[in-house]
Design a protein around this ligand. Structure first.
Ligand code: GAL
Length: 385
C-alpha cells in the first residue's frame, strides 16, 4: 500500500500506532492512505456531518457546502443528526466505513467524537471541523469558523448600545445612564466550544459596567452554568425567561436588556416577555434583546423594532473556506490557516481560518443584508425565505 499523503500527525504517531493503523486499513481502498491526489473528482467523496435542521443556519451551511463541493465535481454525503449525539457518531462511523476521502464536521458535542476522529486518522481521512471546534483529540486537521470571541464582544456591545451606555461609535456615551439598569444573561449549549467563547467575549465587555453598578443582574445568575441553554433549544430559553420573570420580576421590577446568544433563543425570550405583557416593541417597553445568525425571522423582528440586534456571520463564506480546505486535501496539499494560536482543543492547537462578523441593528440591516442581496426586502417583510 502506498503512503502518498501522510498528515503531520501520522508522522508524529508512534510506530506501534502506525503499525496498528496500517493493519486496520489493509485491504481497504484509497481512503486508507489519504485522498489520492491523482484521482478524478468524481471518484472522491466528502462526508459532511451537520448537527440539526432546526436552525436555519445549518440548513444554509449544509446546502452551501454541498453545492460548492459538487461544483468542483466531488461527491457529497451530507447528513443531519437531529441534535442527537449517537446519531451523529453513527453517521460519521458510516462515512468512514464507506471510505469518504475528507470529513467536514459541525459537531453537536465537540468532545464526543474522539473515537470517530481516531478511526478517521487511522484511515488517513483528513478532518475539517466546521464552525464548532472538535475537542480532546489530536486528530483534527483544520478548523474553519468565525471570530467567536468577537461575536460575544459584538453581542455585548450591541446590548450596551441599546441601553444607551454606548454611543453610535460603540464608545461610552456622554449621557450614559448611571443605572442601575437590569439585565439577564443567556448562554448557549455547554458542549459547544463556541458557547464559551461567545460568553467570554460578552462578559469581558459587560464586566466593567457590572463592577461599577451601571448594570445589575437581579436573578444573580451570572455563571455560564446557570445561563446555559442545552442544545441551543428555543423552548428551553423561553422557559428559563418565564421562570426568571416569575421569580424576580413579578413585583414591578424593571428589566432593560437580555443578552441572548442566538436568534432562536432571542425569539423564545421575546415570546416570554411579550406573553408577560412587557410590550410588543422596544419602543413600548420590550427589553433590548440581542441575537446571532441573522435568521430571517429575527431580521424581520429587528426591522419592526422588536428584537434589538443580531450578528451576521456569512455562512456562504464559511462554506467556501470549508470547500477550499477540502479541495486542498483532495489535491494533495494543505489548506492555509490565518490563525495558528487561538484554538487549542485540549490536545493540539488546531490551525484555523477565522472569518469576521458584523453587528446588525435596525439602522444597518438594510445595508448589510438587503443591499448586499443576502435577503430580499420581501423576505424581511414576511420573515420567511
Ligand atoms: C453555534 C454557532 C452559532 C449558532 C449556535 C446554535 O455553534 O456558532 O452560529 O448557530 O451554534 O446553532
Amino acid at each position: 500500500m502506498s503512503v502518498r499523503h501522510i498528515r503531520t500527525k501520522a508522522v508524529l504517531a508512534t510506530s506501534a500506532a502506525m503499525a496498528l493503523a496500517l493493519t486496520a486499513c489493509e485491504g481497504e481502498g484509497a481512503g486508507a492512505s489519504g485522498p489520492d491526489p491523482e484521482a478524478d473528482p468524481e471518484d472522491l467523496t466528502v462526508g459532511v456531518a451537520m448537527p440539526t435542521q432546526t436552525y436555519e443556519r445549518w440548513l444554509n451551511d449544509g446546502a452551501a457546502v454541498e453545492e460548492g463541493l459538487e461544483e468542483q465535481g466531488y461527491n457529497v454525503d451530507l447528513q443531519y443528526a437531529d441534535d442527537d449525539i449517537p446519531t451523529q457518531s453513527q453517521q460519521i462511523d458510516q462515512m468512514i466505513t464507506q471510505e469518504v476521502d475528507v470529513l467536514i464536521i459541525a459537531s453537536i458535542d465537540g468532545s464526543a467524537l474522539t473515537s470517530q476522529l481516531d478511526a478517521a486518522a487511522d484511515a488517513g481521512i483528513p478532518v475539517i471541523a466546521y464552525d464548532r471546534l472538535l475537542t480532546n483529540s489530536e486528530n483534527v486537521d483544520f478548523y474553519v469558523t468565525f471570530d467567536n470571541y468577537e461575536v460575544g464582544v459584538n453581542q455585548a456591545s450591541a446590548l450596551l448600545y441599546g441601553l444607551g451606555i454606548f454611543d453610535e461609535n460603540f464608545e461610552e456615551a456622554d449621557d450614559a445612564p448611571e443605572g442601575p439598569l437590569n439585565i439577564e444573561l443567556f448562554a448557549g449549549s455547554l458542549d459547544d466550544n463556541n458557547a464559551h467563547l461567545f460568553w467570554e467575549g460578552a462578559i469581558d465587555t459587560l464586566q466593567p459596567y457590572l463592577d461599577d453598578g451601571t448594570l445589575e443582574v437581579p436573578s444573580g445568575q451570572t455563571d455560564i452554568n446557570q445561563a446555559a441553554t442545552q442544545r441551543w433549544e428555543q423552548e428551553t430559553a423561553q422557559e428559563r425567561m418565564e421562570n426568571l420573570l416569575t421569580t424576580h420580576y413579578s413585583g414591578g421590577e424593571e428589566l432593560h436588556g437580555v443578552l441572548a446568544p442566538a436568534d432562536p433563543l432571542s425569539r423564545g425570550i421575546i415570546n416570554a416577555l411579550r406573553n408577560d405583557g412587557w410590550g410588543d416593541t422596544i419602543e413600548d417597553g420590550l427589553p433590548v434583546v440581542t441575537g446571532q445568525d441573522a435568521e430571517i425571522a429575527s431580521i424581520s423582528l429587528i426591522a419592526e423594532g422588536v428584537q434589538h440586534s443580531t450578528i451576521f456571520k456569512d455562512t456562504r463564506l464559511l462554506a467556501e473556506q470549508a470547500v477550499d480546505a477540502a479541495e486542498a486535501y483532495l489535491s494533495g496539499s494543505e489548506p492555509e490557516p490565518n490563525d495558528t494560536e487561538t484554538y487549542d482543543n485540549g490536545e493540539i492547537v488546531v490551525p484555523s481560518y477565522l472569518l469576521e462578523v458584523e453587528m446588525v441593528l435596525q439602522d444597518n440591516y438594510e445595508e448589510i443584508l438587503v443591499d448586499s442581496g443576502y435577503y430580499t426586502e420581501e423576505q424581511v417583510e414576511t420573515g420567511q425565505l
